[in-house]
Structure formats: C-alpha cells, structure tokens
Design a protein around this ligand. Structure first.
Ligand SMILES: CC(C)(COP(=O)(O)OP(=O)(O)OC[C@H]1O[C@@H](n2cnc3c(N)ncnc32)[C@H](O)[C@@H]1OP(=O)(O)O)[C@@H](O)C(=O)NCCC(=O)NCCS
Length: 235
C-alpha cells in the first residue's frame, strides 16, 4: 500500500467505490511523482497541512498542488514558488451557476456571448483560473469566487497575469479531455515547473515518473511558467 494512515482513513470514508479508487490512485500517483522528485520511496513522502488546509512537503523547497475531477487528475510541482492547479468538467447548467462564480464585470461579458457552448467554455475558463489561483494562495473556496475579476476571454497565448493580495500570479490555461479545462497558477518566481496530468482510472503500479531532472525551465523564464504536459498517464 502506497498511502499513509491518514490517506487510508480518508479513502475508507468514501461512500462510492469508484470515488475511493480514484482518490487512492490519484494519491498513489502523487506520491510516486513527488517521491521521484525528492528522491525517496513513494511511501516515504511526508505530507503536512498548512493552517489554511493546503498540503505541503515539510522541509522541502518543492511546492505542489493536486486537482482531480472524475477520472482525471493533474499535479503541478514547482521548485520554490507556490503553485495551484485546478481542473473542472463543464457543468450542465453554466448559465445557472455563473452568477455564483463570476464577478459583475465577468457576468456582463458572459451574457453577451451568443451561444451556450461559448458561454460554457468562458465559464470554465474563469472558474478554473479562480480556483487555481486561490489554491495557489491556499485559501481555496473560503474566498468568494465572485470577488475576483480575472476574465472569461481566451488568453492570447494561453497565459495571463493577475494581482492578488499584493502578489503577482501567472495563469496558464490548458486543455484536458473534451469539455474539460484546467488552469495552472504560479506565484512570480523563476524556477522549474513540472506539470502532470493523468487519468486516475488508468494508473499502473510499478512505473515511476522521471522527476525533476531535465524537465524544468532554465530559470530565465520568470514571467511565464512552462507547462510540461504528459498525455494521459502512464505512470
Ligand atoms: C480545497 C478545495 C479548493 C478543493 O477544491 P476541489 O475543486 O473540490 O478539488 P480539487 O480536486 O481541485 O483539489 C483537491 C486537492 O487540493 C489540495 N488542497 C486541499 N486543501 C487545499 C487548500 N486549502 N489550498 C490548496 N490546495 C488544497 C489537496 O491536495 C486536495 O486533494 P485531496 O482532496 O485528494 O487531498 C476546496 O474544497 C476548498 O477550498 N476547501 C477549503 C474550504 C472548505 O473546506 N470549504 C467547505 C466547502 S466549500
């Protein structure tokens, strides 16, 4: 078993077996990737939780963040800068829940969009951007998503910059499966970013991710993070 006692206890609390399996697979993959990055066995990765609930690796410069949705998961790891990631599937009723997520300015732009698919895509962009940056900060959904205006438009080159609480965050949208989007948020800092996405229904035990070596930026790219995408896993 790759998980620790706390993860095992949490896994046992899932009512649906499918949810339990996805949780176990996502956490096992997370341990494999982080263990490879740190240089230890997956079971020896020690997690701690900040006061705001964000998991971190005590005593390590590596920062990470995990997101899962259905059968998919994404993990971002960075050297030294905070990172947040979020993946979401398009909700069936974007028009109905848009007022719960979008700021007034975003909502006005949203309802100008002519077609339901355009609105669904715009909603998903805004939602994942907000969650990614709030997960980067660590407060998560404790903060009202409507209080942030990040924008619903497609970013020209897939990335944009936002200021939050005096800090600068770089956001990179990325595509997952059909009707599924993600966003990676990194605090301003030169360094390496590793990003993995994987299907939690298809993880295989026994293979290990390659870790940090050769996968980062050269440190000059302080403005935009580099996404290292791996097709559906294959751990
Ligand atoms: C953490 C939170 C952002 C998760 O959102 P989500 O879209 O459901 O889930 P995601 O799959 O994107 O992310 C889950 C992962 O984020 C990480 N995470 C947990 N708390 C976090 C925090 N405060 N900040 C950043 N990351 C966090 C964990 O690795 C978690 O994985 P796990 O559940 O397998 O342990 C959200 O539940 C939250 O903000 N919770 C704190 C506030 C709260 O408890 N509110 C009550 C419900 S609104």
């Amino acid at each position: 078993m790759l998980l620790d006692a706390a993860e095992t206890a949490r896994a046992s609390r899932f009512y649906r077996e499918a949810d339990r399996n996805r949780y176990v697979l996502a956490h096992a993959a997370c341990r494999r990737i982080l263990g490879a990055a740190i240089g230890c066995r997956p079971i020896d990765v020690v997690f701690s939780t900040a006061a705001d609930g964000k998991p971190f690796l005590p005593g390590s410069l590596l920062r990470f963040n995990l997101s899962h949705s259905g059968e998919h998961a994404a993990l971002a790891i960075s050297t030294g800068c905070e990172v947040g990631v979020d993946i979401e599937t398009s909700p069936p009723e974007a028009d109905r829940i848009a007022p719960l997520v979008l700021s007034d300015a975003e909502l006005s732009a949203y309802f100008l969009l002519p077609s339901p698919p355009a609105r669904a895509a715009a909603f998903l962009r805004a939602w994942t951007r907000k969650e990614a940056v709030l997960k980067g900060v660590g407060c998560g959904l404790r903060r009202d998503l409507r209080s942030l205006t990040i924008g619903i438009e497609r970013a020209a080159d897939g990335g944009l910059t936002v200021e939050l609480d005096g800090g600068v965050w770089h956001l990179s949208d990325f595509a997952m499966e059909q009707e599924m989007l993600g966003c990676l948020a990194t605090a301003e800092h030169p360094g390496q970013i590793i990003f993995r996405r994987f299907g939690v229904d298809r993880l295989e035990h026994g293979k290990v991710f390659s870790g940090l070596s050769g996968e980062g930026t050269d440190g000059k790219d302080a403005v935009r993070p580099t996404l290292y995408e791996q097709p559906t896993c294959s751990t």
